[in-house]
Design a protein around this ligand. Structure first.
Ligand SMILES: [Cu+2]
Length: 69
């Protein structure tokens, strides 16, 4: 299962990390998403290649910025 590490900008607290985690989990194909507030990073396991456009859009809708690490 492909694992993708993302850089997440804009998180300031656990609530932000939780919001991003939920947003990532809602991306089609994502099996598992883990967010590290300390590292400003997320690790996503997906079925097939991760649809980064969908990730950037869904995370962006929540007010954060995702980029490929
Ligand atoms: Cu927050």
């Amino acid at each position: 299962m492909p694992t993708t590490t993302l850089k997440i900008e804009g998180m300031t607290c656990d609530h932000c990390a939780h919001t991003v985690q939920k947003a990532l989990s809602a991306v089609p194909g994502v099996q598992r998403a883990e967010v590290s507030l300390a590292l400003d990073q997320a690790t996503v396991q997906s079925e097939g290649p991760l649809d980064f456009k969908a990730v950037a859009e869904i995370v962006g809708d929540e007010g954060y910025k995702a980029s490929l690490a």
